[in-house]
Design a protein around this ligand. Structure first.
Ligand code: IVH
Length: 708
């Protein structure tokens, strides 16, 4: 294993090293979304594909394997959680997967070679929730932990204790001195739907509802277990089924899995009634088909079946691979598919002018959420699938995130329908669209195109770039329409006054909404802070083709000045780790356009720092918060956690994590944790979101006794 620095690829092994580097960054990002935020952006299968690709590169090129690769440390990044780490006594392993009958047969054949005696099996539904480990000592529940990376999870004892299905004290005979009970916490569909309905009713009643959207039962269950206030967990009415044990000391030694499950049931733990003993391969395959057929009748979500060897002595003989036991197999269902009507095919224009076709669908519930649009990627993709407006199409959501159209149901096609043809002109600016030979993508090459302008500015303001508050796509469109924005540099010419006057278009009989002073002030606070954003974010924000956050980081780590990057040649750029010829050409071609140079110059004139500052140069904003320590808890309208902290530190203040007597202010947003109560008990001044903005602008003096 190489000991090169954590994330940069070794020199001279482009493009594989660069690809491994990108994959590591991307997998880390998705781990964080999945484990940290419970909000995955890509499907499980797309994630698996990234991991597989990285493992393949690292296996073929061991010199590219780094110690910090996510393949070496699966799961969540440690140390970012508000819950303390718990080391499992026995690790919580993963399961190997099979996707069809052949995969199951191959597993059975492998097992039969490992032991001389006939094998009996047990089949279980594979619950789509969260694996939990419950530690019972002398029959008392003493600690509950999430799976985490399998070795170390998070201590969620208080929250898990609120799950009504889980006994706090075991009953019956042969209670072990110590036992780790493993099982799945999940949200029954009925509960999930009630939660969503309640949230929608509150929105309909005009209430401002913050917090998560409840996308699907799994994420909602995960979010519910990671609450800082266990009363919230209790209100989420989670369920639990036990299916395994980890370490055990004392108590009865069971000979089979079924006997163990019987004992657990007798001790008061809930066991899934759908668990069945299975004799042989045919029986396993029948069980899997039956579970799949009835997957929607269960009242909770499952994503497959788990088949386990029943005899525990045989399990010992079979043993483990590094990540999974040989004696168990997860049989994953094919991604769920549903039929719906394809209403129309339209195209959208991205910030680089790329034209992406997408399908407008009659909304359909598939894979845990409602789908109304699906991307069709490019012209060839549509030709290959031959989907036409009016068709009944098959929609699939692999895992849970990105919906795709599998194809049309030809038997239901209107015989008079014609294949869809790709537009020749840009639907926004009417310029001819261009598809270069050998390229799959089509482009609108008119850089004055209004659709591109909107996307470029919205991208600059987006989370992945400068994260500017209140500048989502819709608002950006309003501000463009008001004549205030032509390019990203104009953002820095906005003022509270000019922004506050901007009004959206009328909706039906209702007048358009005016942005107003309050929202405009918040937006301006974040625009001001963005002047000192890391230059990698500004570079990302320019939206140069092939220059996403990872590449921008690599570039600005080597060249710490955006003007220098703009002047660099292809040769100089390709010297940089992680930058290949395609990226370098893209940068050079971008900065060869006068208008793009001009944007950079105007950003500088507006006070945006284009050179990575030394620590002691961060003095551009008025230092209103010198010597002031601020704790932020809960969601503050208009700020992300990072942007709130940035706003404090860029004004000379200290953003601190916990409340003490020395804390100057505690800012309390929606769903605050226990910090709000602590501030109250210590008499630390508490501010709401508006007070926070005032504090940033005016400093602590605004709240002293003699202030107005
Ligand atoms: S047994 C060593 N049984 O599947 C075996 N797991 O892909 C440990 N899961 O992390 C797992 N239903 O969250 C087992 N009936 C079941 C299951 C199950 C769902 C989950 C569990 C585990 C994941 C592995």
């Amino acid at each position: 294993m190489s000991t090169n620095p954590p994330t940069s690829p070794p020199k001279g092994v482009e493009p594989l090293a660069a690809r491994a580097y990108e994959l590591r960054a991307s997998i880390r990002h998705h781990n964080e979304r999945y484990y940290g935020n419970d909000e995955p952006e890509i499907s499980d299968s797309a994630y698996d594909a990234l991991v597989r690709e990285l493992i393949e590169i690292e296996t073929d090129h061991p010199e590219l394997l780094t110690q910090d690769s996510p393949t070496q440390t699966p799961g969540a990044a440690a140390g970012q959680s508000p819950f303390s780490p718990v080391r499992h006594i026995q690790p919580m392993l993963s399961l190997d997967n099979a996707f069809d009958n052949d995969g199951i047969a191959a597993w059975v054949v492998r097992l039969e070679k490992l032991v001389d005696t006939p094998i009996a099996y047990v089949g279980e539904p594979k619950l789509d929730g969260l694996a939990i480990s419950l530690l019972y000592e002398n029959g008392r529940l003493v600690r509950c932990a999430t799976r985490g990376d399998g070795e170390t999870g998070e201590d969620v004892t208080q929250n898990v204790m609120t799950i009504a299905d889980i006994p706090h004290v075991l009953t019956g005979e042969d209670i072990p001195t110590s036992m780790e009970v493993r099982g799945e916490a999940f949200m029954p569909l009925e509960v999930f739907e009630a939660l969503r309905a309640e949230r929608l009713a509150r929105i309909d009643a005009g209430e401002k509802v913050s917090g998560p959207e409840f996308k699907n039962p799994r994420n909602t269950a995960a979010g519910s277990l990671r609450q800082l206030d266990s009363k919230v967990t209790a209100s989420r009415r989670l369920s639990f089924y036990a299916y395994q044990i980890g370490a055990q000391e004392g108590g009865k030694e069971h000979k089979t899995h079924q006997a163990l499950l019987d004992w657990l049931r007798g001790a008061g733990l809930p066991i899934n009634p759908r668990i069945e003993p299975l004799k042989d391969l045919a029986d396993i395959q029948r069980f899997c088909a039956s579970v799949e057929e009835h997957r929607h009748d269960l009242g909770y979500e499952i994503d497959g079946a788990v088949i386990k060897v029943d005899d525990l002595a045989q399990r010992l003989e079979m043993g483990f691979t590094s990540r999974a036991p040989r004696w168990a197999l997860a049989v994953k269902f094919a991604p769920e598919e549903r039929h719906t009507k394809l209403i129309d095919i339209k195209v959208s224009i991205g910030r680089t002018g790329r034209v992406t076709p997408f399908a407008e669908l009659e909304p359909v519930f598939v894979g845990g959420s409602t789908v109304a649009v699906a991307t069709l990627h490019n012209e060839d993709d549509i030709t290959r699938r031959d989907v036409r407006p009016g068709d009944t199409v098959i929609v699939r959501k692999a895992g849970d995130v990105i919906p795709e159209i599998v194809g049309a149901v030809l038997a239901e096609r209107d015989p008079s329908s014609l294949p869809w043809s790709f537009p020749r002109l840009c639907p926004t600016c009417a310029a001819p669209l261009v598809r270069l030979e050998g390229e799959a993508n089509t482009y609108c090459v008119n850089s004055e195109c209004e659709a591109q302008r909107l996307q470029r500015i919205a991208h600059f303001a987006s989370r992945g770039a400068l994260d500017l508050e209140g500048l989502g796509e819709e608002r950006v469109q309003w501000i463009i329409d008001a004549g205030l924005l032509k390019d990203v540099a104009d953002i820095f010419t906005l003022t509270v006054n000019s922004l506050a006057q901007v009004t959206g278009p009328p909706k039906g009989k209702r007048k358009g909404i005016r942005i107003g002073e309050k929202a405009a002030t918040k937006t301006m606070v974040s625009i001001d802070a963005a002047k000192q954003a890391p230059i990698a974010r500004i570079l990302t924000g320019l939206g140069i083709q092939h220059v996403g956050p990872t590449v921008a980081e690599a570039l600005t780590r080597s060249i710490r000045d955006l003007d220098e990057i703009a002047n660099a040649s292809v040769d100089v750029l390709t010297e940089i780790d992680g930058v290949g010829p395609i990226i370098a050409e893209s940068l050079v071609s971008y900065f060869s356009v006068d208008g793009n140079r001009d944007v950079l110059n105007r950003l500088r004139s507006a006070g945006v720092i284009l050179r990575a500052p030394e620590e002691d140069q961060r003095e551009v904003l008025p230092q209103t918060l010198e010597g002031v320590s601020v704790v932020v808890t809960g969601t503050i309208d208009g700020f992300s956690r990072e942007s709130a902290e940035d706003a404090i530190t860029s004004r000379g203040g200290k953003a601190v994590g916990s409340v003490s007597k020395k804390t100057s202010f505690v800012v309390v947003g929606e769903n605050p944790g226990s910090k709000a109560a602590k501030a109250e008990s210590l008499g630390v001044p508490i501010l709401d979101g508006e007070g926070f903005v005032r504090l940033l602008e005016e400093g602590p003096g605004a709240f002293s006794a003699d202030a107005e």
